[in-house]
Design a protein around this ligand. Structure first.
Ligand code: SAM
Ligand code: CA
Length: 259
């Protein structure tokens, strides 16, 4: 059996009310590809785009248990909250490249990316996985065990701010190598500031959904998530504590490299 398998996704697009609707076949499993509905993840390149399919066909090397969790999550009513598989692979490559041992994930959902990072950490590595919703995490937990990496995932079910404060209070400042911020968008600035303290110099903070489905272009006053993301984007541009890159992958994510 191959270690990695590439999804075979065939998309057929139709147009309706200016929104692209499509259905797809992923590993023989039909799933809706409607942009912006709870079933489909946000993506810069439309999920039904042939070029997106080409990218996946020519780069994705997904561990079979990760794939199993992705398909399981795709059936969840909030499946679109899951990080995109190519973006997760990119983060795993970064985690490996910097030889990370300790990483934080803020917003775990069903645990796709927690598993993704645990798979590339050394056996004594640790993912501090923060979420408030145990029901979501319960979906992926058995697969963490099946992959033999559950001992690397330290799940903390409570508001992430509280977990980050506890890590700081217990002397873990500047001991983490990598953080992925992907929970409630209104708290992004606080997550970023606390992660910056927890991360070592040379460590990386990845911040997800920085384009927020395009809404950062003209954030409405009453859209607190869009406002929060846009303010952090503006702040990061001028933040001398980090070098940054904004990557147009998934719904956009920024990498901040601590100086
Ligand atoms: N990173 C995940 C993945 O790999 O698929 C997706 C995370 S999902 C976009 C956001 C998650 O943040 C949800 O599971 C939600 O329960 C969690 N969340 C929301 N508010 C939170 C908070 N205050 N503290 C911790 N987690 C929170
Ligand atoms: Ca996200």
């Amino acid at each position: 059996m191959p270690v990695f398998s590439v999804p075979k996704e065939v998309a057929v697009g139709t147009a309706m009310l200016g929104i692209a609707f499509a259905t797809g076949v992923l590993a023989g499993k039909r799933y809706p590809l409607i942009f912006g509905t709870p079933k489909s993840p946000r993506s810069i390149i439309g999920k039904s785009s042939p070029i997106r399919q080409y990218i996946l066909d020519h780069s994705l090397r997904e561990h079979p248990i990760l794939k199993k969790l992705r398909l399981l999550t795709a059936d969840h009513p909030w499946g679109r909250m899951m990080v995109s598989c190519d973006q997760a692979q990119f983060m795993a490559n970064l985690v490996k490249l910097i030889k990370a041992k300790k990483v934080i994930e803020i917003g775990v959902f069903t645990g796709y990316n927690a598993l993704n990072m645990a798979l590339v950490l050394p056996d004594n590595g640790r993912v501090v996985a923060c979420d408030i919703n145990e029901d979501y995490v319960k979906i992926g937990k058995p697969l963490w065990k099946e992959a033999g990496v559950d001992h690397k995932i330290d799940l903390r079910i409570k508001p992430a701010i509280q977990t980050l404060d506890e890590l700081l209070a217990s002397g873990e400042e500047e001991t983490f190598d990598f953080a992925f911020i992907d929970a409630d968008k209104e708290s992004y600035n606080e997550y970023y500031e606390k992660c910056l303290r927890l991360i070592k110099k040379g460590g990386i903070i990845a911040i997800d959904n920085v384009l927020w489905n395009g809404k950062v272009l003209n954030p409405r006053k009453d859209d607190l998530a869009a406002q929060s993301i846009h303010h952090l984007n503006e702040k990061l541009l001028r933040d001398a504590r980090v070098n940054i890159s904004m990557i147009p992958m998934g719904d956009g994510f920024t990498l901040a490299f601590k100086l």
